[in-house]
Every structure is written in structure tokens, then in C-alpha cells.
Ligand binder design. Sequence first.
Ligand SMILES: Cc1cc2nc3c(=O)[nH]c(=O)nc-3n(C[C@H](O)[C@H](O)[C@H](O)COP(=O)(O)O)c2cc1C
Length: 243
Amino acid sequence: MKDSAKIFNQIVEDRRSVRVYDAAAEFDHTAVQRSLERAILSPNSSNMQLWEFYRIRSEEGLKQVAWMCMNQKAAKTARELVVFVARKDLWRKRQRALVKEMKRVYGDQPKDKGAQRAFNYYESLIPKYYFNDPFGVWGFIKKCIYFFVGLKRPMVRHGNATDVRISVHKSAALAAQTFMLSMKAEGYDTCPMEGMDSLRIKRFLKLPRRAEVTMVIGCGPAAEGGIYSERFRIPNSEVIFEV
Ligand SMILES: Cc1cc2nc3c(=O)[nH]c(=O)nc-3n(C[C@H](O)[C@H](O)[C@H](O)COP(=O)(O)O)c2cc1C
């Protein structure tokens, strides 16, 4: 095994969901910033980066958001809370940023076939995928097109409003995992939480209606007894298959 794999293995093995944090131990908040900057390097669907991260640091903010996390100890004792938010509503803004970036790299009228395909993808296909009308008509039409095209050849199947939501949460969750592993590499612990009142958190953060909280992550140095149980995983043979 390579040295880098050994280090990575150690980080993965050591990361546990920690439910109680030490109030007295030193906590370097810059580790959170560094870990978020690593999190944004995570793979994400079409590189649309439909995510936002809100750091809760003030005493009052921590108290309020911990309450919105059902006063779970993992939130109540956390030294910092980070809210991972899925922002599917920002798709148009991100699409424009990506097209602008492509123009910067390839110029306005690229001759290269690969670049033309990329332009077509972001200028034409991305809006078709992310746009959804309030009645779900366009989503239904897309599903029908996929069904009929899919009878003859492999075809993507997702495209209605729910599919887009799932896709955006998947990317935000990947960023969350990068963040948690990075925090472990920095010597700190985390606990992801979906046991929370997402509506209240959205209001607290003044987020628009269509933004969605993916999870809240408690961070800090673990307290003695902060890990509640031994790690348990279903045997590999029941979950890893070779086909
Ligand atoms: C999406 C998600 C939501 C979770 N929500 C909570 C939660 O609300 N409260 C909590 O104590 N743990 C929560 N967890 C932590 C899991 O219980 C934990 O990851 C699991 O038991 C495995 O333990 P480990 O992380 O120590 O390996 C959550 C984990 C994930 C991935």
C-alpha cells in the first residue's frame, strides 16, 4: 500500500460521528475554513456547484441552531456548526458562470469539436435539465422522452424536479464527506445531522424558499465518551459485489 493510502486509511478509520465535544480543549476555527475550501473541490454534478456553506460561530447563533437541531448533544456541545445547503435555485447563475469560463478558455466561437460539445452542453442541455415549471409539465415531458428514447438505447432517466433535487443533494453530501475527512485530518471531529428543523434553519439563515438544507455538521475536539458505541458495519460480503 502506498504511503498516501496508509495516511488516508488512517483518517477514514479514525473518523467517527462524535456526539459530545470538549468545551475546554483548543479548537482552531481556521481548520473549518480550510476544510470548507477542500470541500468545494469535491466532485459535483456538471460542476454546477449548487451548494453553500454557512458557518455558525457566535454563541447566540450556536445556541439557536443547536435548538433547531433538536438540542442534540452533537449540536449543543459543538464548537462550530456548519450548515450544508443545496441551492438548486442558483442553477441559472452557475450556468452563466460556467459559460463565461468556457468562453474565457476557448474563445467565443470555438472550432474544436470537444469545446463545441461542451458549449452545447452548458448552453442548451443544462437549462433543459434544470428548468422545471411549477406544475411539473416539463418534467413529465422529459420523462416521457427518456422513456421512448430509452427503449432503443441507454438514456438518462432523471430530469423532473425531484430528480434535480436529489442530484443537488448528492453533490452537497459529497462536499460534506470531504469536509468531515478534512476535519479529521486536521485533528478534529464532526457529526453530520439530518435530525433538525430545516424550515427554521432556512428562516434563520434567511434562505429563499427553494434552498434546501442537506445537513448540519457539528465540529470540535471530541470529549471523553463523545463516541457512543463501537463501530458497526454490515459484513463486506453483504454490500460489496463483483458482477
Ligand atoms: C445524512 C446523515 C444524517 C445523520 N444524522 C444524524 C443525526 O441527526 N444525529 C446523529 O447523532 N447522527 C447522525 N448521523 C450520524 C450517523 O448516525 C453515523 O454516521 C452512523 O451511525 C455511522 O457511525 P460513524 O459515523 O461513527 O461511522 C447522520 C449521518 C448521516 C450521513
